[in-house]
Design a protein around this ligand. Structure first.
Ligand code: SF4
Length: 431
């Protein structure tokens, strides 16, 4: 399969460099999931919509919008008693869509578009939408006008994306992009086994995290990607031997189970404020980390499995080609857009974002295998992989736990080469 890493296109006479993985697919199923989300609308959009001739249904126009609870300067469309948007019609369609009058944020979903400070624009599709990954869906590479059509107005509304390499080595975004070209080239090289690509990147991150090597980031030039690939090929045999020696200790297995719970926990902003609820979640985390408990107590959409069974699941199950394709859409979608780090939502440094991305791979395979095991399947198929990446994509979008120092320390510990090799070797389906 030919992989296009970057696309340049023109929009209204201006050149836009858009970073995205072109093989992501989407087809809307009209399921209404997005119509239940809290979609923020600007006062200008509210004024425009109030002047549009809309069928009022059971709601008078004065009740179409309410002030957004989390941001009083904005509005949200009112919801019916069943939680659906007031503009959803009886056939499951959107009244505003029919009139070509949807607010900007409704037009964006399930795309995630970021304008960066250096003029780049990036896009990926959010797997929380059930239509993303649909085998019959339209490829993202065929939708450049939609991306640029969203990126231009978003530029006026949202702050530009930015990230430094790390908190200790805050290199400029231009240097980060040069380094990223190397990381991206290695992770995309499918002539190298995935496990070895992941391990190689953990070794390079480890090298860059040493303060004696900070200059390698700040002085990175256009030749960095070629040098990184050169290192990867020349050192492949040594790196392979190192990787094969990795064995996860009990402490590292417990840490990995904690990471799974951090990625999968489902934080309702209202109930999370209750001390009782927090204690219950903490207890569920601890039990799962110790090998018992049940993942579905942390997130009801998770597989019905305890900590010990969850890590036993990926030992035997392999993945079919269709599931691999979904996994690639998830991994390369985050990688190519760089949405694992510096978007306004994630706010992570590049290094922490990359550690997070690397660790999300064994977590994804583990959760997908647990879904397959609980459904008594003998291989990991599309349904199991889609269920796993949907859960993980929620974390990439908004988990406040990634901002915690404690989580940062856990990410660093688990992505250190010797530990990471042991974790990767727990999962035979990562090849
Ligand atoms: S959640 Fe996705 S598939 Fe469902 S209606 Fe919204 S865009 Fe369509």
């Amino acid at each position: 399969m030919k992989t296009i890493h970057k696309s340049e296109m023109k929009n209204k006479g201006a050149n836009h460099i858009i970073d995205f993985y072109p093989r992501q697919r989407f087809s809307c199923r009209r399921c209404g999931f997005c119509c239940r989300l809290e979609i923020k609308i600007t006062p200008d959009e509210v004024n425009r919509l109030k002047k549009t001739m809309l069928p009022s249904g059971q709601y008078p126009p004065a009740e179409w919008f309410i002030t957004a609870p989390s941001q009083p300067s904005l509005f949200i469309a009112a919801k019916r008693e069943n939680g659906e948007c007031v503009f959803r019609d009886d056939s499951g369609g959107c009244v505003l869509h029919e009139l070509n009058a949807k607010p900007l944020i409704c037009r964006v979903f399930p795309l995630h578009v970021v304008n960066w400070e250096d003029g780049h624009c990036s896009a990926d599709l959010r797997f929380i939408c059930p239509g993303v990954g649909d085998a019959s869906g339209v490829l993202l590479e065929h939708q450049p006008e939609i991306i640029t059509g969203i990126a231009v107005p978003l530029k006026e509304r949202l702050a530009l994306g930015n990230t430094g390499y790390s908190d200790k080595n805050p290199a400029a975004l231009t240097a980060v992009y040069r380094v990223h070209a190397g990381y991206r080239a290695i992770l995309h090289d499918e002539t190298i086994p995935l496990k070895l690509r992941l391990y190689t990147l953990s070794r390079i991150i480890d090298f860059h995290a040493d303060k004696d090597n900070y200059n390698a980031i700040r002085a990175a030039d256009a030749g960095f990607a070629a040098d990184a690939m050169d290192f990867t090929r020349k050192a492949a045999s040594t790196l392979s031997t190192e990787l094969s020696k990795g064995i996860a200790s009990l402490r590292e297995i417990i840490d990995f189970r904690i990471l799974i719970t951090v990625y999968l926990r489902n934080d309702d902003p209202l109930t999370a404020r209750s001390l009782w609820r927090r204690l219950k979640i903490l207890c569920a985390h601890s039990m799962f980390a110790a090998g018992g408990g049940n993942l579905s107590r942390i997130n009801p959409h998770s597989p019905d499995t305890n900590g010990r069974q969850c890590l036993a699941a990926p030992g035997k199950l392999q993945m079919n080609e269709a599931a691999k394709e979904i996994f690639q859409q998830f991994l390369y979608g985050k990688l190519d857009s760089m949405h694992f780090c510096g978007s306004m939502v994630n706010g992570l440094s590049y290094e922490m974002g990359m550690r997070h991305l690397l660790l999300s791979v064994p977590v994804t395979f583990t959760v997908a295998a647990a879904f397959a095991r609980t459904s008594k399947r003998t291989v990991i198929g599309v349904d199991e992989m889609l269920a796993a990446v949907r859960l993980l994509d929620l974390t990439f979008g908004r988990s406040p736990f990634l901002q915690l120092k404690l989580t940062g320390k856990l990410l660093v510990r688990l992505s250190r080469p010797a530990t990471f090799a042991g974790i990767l070797n727990l999962i035979s389906s990562i090849k």
